[in-house]
Design a protein. Sequence first.
Length: 94
Amino acid sequence: MFSRRQMLCGLAVTAGSSISIGGYAVAEPYSLIVRTYRPAPARWPDGLELRLALLTDFHACDPRMSVERTASIVHRTHALKPAAVLLLRHYVAA
């Protein structure tokens, strides 16, 4: 049998988890993270550079991501001058 305290604590944890997951779902489309990696594969020639841009979870649809926001990400990606742009994750027609 659960006590009232155990029940309230369980409800509080469930509510807190739901709010934090929901908050991530709202904030995630507005985040832009740029990371730079410099891998050094075996037998990679000295001075050879390969610049790739990788875009993931690109939720390009209104109301979460406007055309202007999508364009700014495209311009920022082009400014990095990658040899190729890789698009990862899932794509859904809206």
